[in-house]
Design a protein around this ligand. Structure first.
Ligand code: TRP
Ligand code: ZN
Length: 880
């Protein structure tokens, strides 16, 4: 067991750096058995630091120090301290040059932090604290320096040598080696440093900025991926144009590069001028990528590009401010995606992710504010709360200020803080200063964890024509936070008359007709809004377009939900009404006998949906999806997973059996002809036909079986091929399933991204993904422990999506997960810590489950030499 417990870092202990680095000169000598890194830092005492005699403290991790020199004089052993995680020089002048030489072993780096090798190429990942695995450095984001980077390597094995900024020099060296030198004119924190060396093909394109500057665009990929770059390149150009048009942000360097690597801990990284992507988040072709993958790629390419301003030009003062760049950038990329596709569907996708996964995080043991007050391991804080809730917080500011003022605020923010490392508070202040609005109370969104609950009640005074809406807000306790204050919540509402028409919202005391929708601003624990002049009791449409990341409780009747499902002018709320109805029906069947009646009006509602010729098809496709098991679990008090699974299955089968003909019609109607397109309409059409196919195969329909087999054979795109495969895999046609899986694998065995899809289709299926089958997938030659995508597509998908199998009441799913976490902890602690998530909310589950989940957590806790990453998650989960 570990002896020293990892340290907690507190925001309240923030101190400005004692030393600043103006310039960094790096030289990398890359070899097969390691790399030598020579670093020359131009350092000066920070005039803002009060600690004038402080020693120079540089972070380091897993480094072999070869030498240290100060102003050209090599220091001897007594003049510095080479600790395990730091290099300390006790006495330094006010201004000096420090030269440090280190030796590192990228070929043995399995953590994928710092410099490592992936499929034969060298690459880096420095966020958040990976640069210290490359050389000794003040590795904190408020130290910003200009970097010059020389890379030397064997010319035939590594013809392409890349780093941030512009290439300024290159040439040949002895023994078949060569070098390239890069210079980045923009000061940046070390987490934005990047280096790539490999045998890569180059895809070229160009972009002319709004001011007429010509930017070289480059993608670097392994030769076999040369045909999978076009979509990302186009998405990049769309992003560049959009950021100019919507935010007035022009690109600043002369070159912008994207590199794809197979082994990567996260999705992608915004290194200045040299974005590095997980292959699965950038490479795509019609034959190999699903619609969902195309959309994800477009969003991530945009996200990383947008970071050039929101993150790089203006960066974070410290890691507590992570949402400053991530929340804002996610907001920006979701605005972009909404503009490129269907805004309603985009909003639905954001809100489902938030309600299913972020609300769960916010109600669990790892709950933390958008701006956390403390952490042990910063890698654990790249969370849905920082990213997605952070984006919702920015969206609320956008909605409170309005488009124009928000743009003024963002302009001011970029202008005021260009080249600085700042805080979320600076961001909010810029918004306040530009708009004149007071966001004092609003700031609580950054400080208080937990999901606000709005409890809404209403009454109608028929004689007076007055409708009263009472809204109470409360914020649940979270670890370390109790008795919280009311927050400033924009609450968008509409009222509908019995004819389905929107009614005016005229508040008492106001003259004349009111608007058809209002954003009520909640600031107190309780508000009562009185609307007058109403001819009849209205049906309220609450939290339109998901105007705030909150839970809404209102005693809707099924009748009202059915009404909103077909009449609400707000597309989001139409979808939401359908979800609430389905949730209500499924919940009422949990634990009931299999002969209990399924609400007949649900079948009718789905029938009308399937036959609605006017409804936006993209919205229809979303409305047809039943609430996920994960969401149903999130909504329950103490989840009985098997009972929830059965109730949901029951409803799904009941709908499919009763709507067989409508589903077949829907399939035929959406067969699509002609060329493959990525328009919202074409995507909706594929989604509808594959949903219909899935439902029909779920009930063993033989006509649908024939359709699925034909589609599987003849599809000209991955969405349809995988849709058919998924339907077959989730059916009871065991032989066809096995045959299709084999055919699919043979066809795509050379393509890692498709093999990952193949793994995840099986791992997520309660038919093909029971534990013994999961174990055999892990024995498959294509499975690779060192590759995070493979681990995620089997282990992560099993525990995160195949809930009935993972939560097997015998506890074997939990034991299995604990075993995998322990196994990964030594080689890749970041991934191991993420894999613990499906165990952390053990208190949420019914008794039989929770005690076994706890046991699995304790098993991980007791592993010898546990990493800080896993330590933090496990200990916080077990704390009372
Ligand atoms: N900043 C990256 C983003 O765009 C996140 C990221 C990429 C990351 N790789 C990482 C975070 C590794 C931690 C560790 O969101
Ligand atoms: Zn980001």
């Amino acid at each position: 067991m570990r002896t020293n417990q990892p340290q907690t870092i507190y925001l309240s202990e923030y101190k400005v750096p004692e030393y600043l680095v103006d310039h960094v000169d790096l030289c990398f000598e890359l070899f097969e058995d390691g790399a030598r890194v020579r670093s020359t830092l131009t350092v000066r005492r920070n005039p803002e630091s009060t600690d004038t005699g402080a020693p120079l403290h540089l972070h380091g991790d897993s480094l072999t120090l070869e030498s240290v020199a100060l102003d050209g004089r090599v220091l001897n052993a007594g003049e510095f301290e080479d600790a395990e995680d730091a290099l300390v020089v006790p006495s330094v002048p006010a201004q000096f040059e420090l030269q440090v030489v280190t030796w590192i072993e990228p070929q043995n780096n399995t953590r994928l932090e710092g410099l490592y090798k992936s499929s034969g190429m060298f690459c880096t990942q420095c966020e958040a604290e990976g640069f210290r695995c490359i050389t000794f450095y003040p590795d904190r984001p408020d130290v910003m320096a200009r970097f010059r980077t020389r890379i030397e390597a064997d010319k035939s094995a590594y013809p392409v040598l890349l780093s941030n900024g512009n290439p300024v020099e290159q040439g040949d060296l002895e023994q078949g080696r060569h070098f390239v030198t890069w210079e980045d004119p923009f000061p940046k924190p070390a987490y934005l440093f990047a280096l790539v060396a490999g045998d890569l093909v180059e895809k070229k394109d160009a972009f002319t900025t709004c001011s007429g500057r010509q930017i070289d665009l480059r993608m670097y990929v392994e030769p076999r991926n040369a045909s999978k770059c076009d979509f990302a390149m186009d998405a990049l150009k769309r992003s560049m144009r959009w950021d100019e048009e919507v935010y007035g942000r022009e690109y600043d360097l002369d070159i912008f590069m994207i590199v794809a690597v197979d082994d990567f801990n996260m999705g992608a990284m915004e290194n200045k001028g040299l974005n590095i992507f997980n292959s699965s988040c950038v490479l795509a072709s019609q034959e190999t990528a699903t619609d969902a993958a195309f959309q994800r790629i477009e969003a991530i390419v945009a996200h990383e590009y947008f970071h050039n301003w929101s993150g790089n030009r203006v960066t974070c003062r410290d890691w507590f401010q992570l949402s400053l760049k991530e929340g804002f950038t996610v907001f920006r990329d979701s605005q972009f995606s909404a503009d490129m596709g269907s805004p309603t569907v985009n909003r639905i996708d954001n809100a489902s992710l938030l309600r299913t996964a972020q609300f769960a995080e916010d109600a669990g043991p790892m709950a933390h504010p958008v701006r956390p007050a403390s952490y042990m391991e910063i890698s654990n804080f790249y969370t849905l709360t920082i990213y997605e809730k952070g984006a919702e917080v920015v969206r609320m500011i956008h909605n409170l200020l309005g488009e124009e003022m928000f743009r003024k605020g963002s302009d001011l923010y970029f202008e005021r803080h260009d080249g600085q490392a700042v805080t979320t508070d600076d961001f909010v202040r810029a918004m306040e200063d530009a708009s004149g609005r007071d966001l004092g109370q609003f700031r609580l969104w950054y400080e208080q964890a937990g999901t606000p609950v709005l409890t809404v009640t209403d009454e109608f005074d028929e004689a007076a024509g007055v409708y009263r809406l009472t809204v109470r807000q409360s914020l649940p306790d979270t670890p370390g936070q109790t008795n919280k204050k009311p927050q400033h919540i924009p609450f968008a509402v509409g009222l509908l008359g019995s004819d389905g028409q929107p009614l005016p919202l005229q508040l008492s005391g106001e003259q004349r007709d009111g608007p058809r929708e209002r954003v009520l601003e909640l600031t107190e624990a309780e508000h009562c809004f009185e609307f007058q002049g109403l001819p009849e009791r209205p049906v309220p449409s609450l939290l339109r377009d998901f105007s705030a990341p909150v839970r809404v409780h209102y005693p809707w009747t099924r009748e009202q939900l059915l009404f909103l499902m077909s009449h609400d002018p707000d597309g989001f709320n139409r979808w939401d009404a359908g979800q609430r109805l389905a949730v209500d029906v499924i919940q009422s069947l949990v634990g009931q006998s299999p002969s209990a009646e399924v609400e007949p009006r649900l079948v009718d509602a789905y029938r009308s949906l399937l036959q609605d010729g006017e409804l936006d098809q993209a919205l229809m496709a979303k409305m047809l999806q039943l609430p996920s098991e994960a969401y149903l679990i999130e909504l329950s008090e103490r989840a009985d997973v098997a009972a929830i699974h059965q109730a949901r299955e029951r409803v799904l089968r009941h709908l499919a059996e009763n709507l067989r003909n409508e589903l077949l019609d829907c399939y035929q109607r959406n067969l699509g002809s002609g060329d493959y397109e990525l328009t919202p309409e074409a995507i909706a059409s594929r989604s509808l036909r594959n949903t219909a196919l899935g439902w029909l195969l779920h009930i063993g329909d033989t006509e649908a079986l024939a359709l699925a087999e034909a589609q599987f054979e003849s599809a000209d795109n991955m969405t349809d091929r995988l849709g058919a495969l998924r339907a077959l895999v989730n059916s009871d046609f065991a032989e066809v399933r096995a045959g299709a899986l084999e055919t699919f694998y043979k066809r795509f065995s050379e393509d890692p991204q498709v093999v990952e899809l193949w793994f995840s289709v099986q791992a997520s299926s309660d038919r093909a993904g029971q534990l013994p089958q999961i174990r055999s997938l892990m024995e498959h030659p294509a499975f690779d422990w060192k590759n995070p995508n493979k681990v995620r597509s089997v282990v992560g998908v099993f525990a995160g999506q195949n809930l009935a199998a993972y939560h097997n009441p015998d506890g074997t799913g939990y034991e299995f997960l604990a075993e995998q976490v322990c196994r990964l902890d030594d080689s890749n602690p970041q991934i191991a810590a993420r894999l613990v998530a499906p165990l952390t909310r053990w208190r949420k589950f019914a008794a039989g489950y929770s005690s076994q989940m706890k046991t699995a957590l304790e098993r991980i806790r007791d592993k010898a030499g546990l990493s800080n990453d896993v330590y933090e998650v496990v200990h916080k989960s077990l704390a009372d």
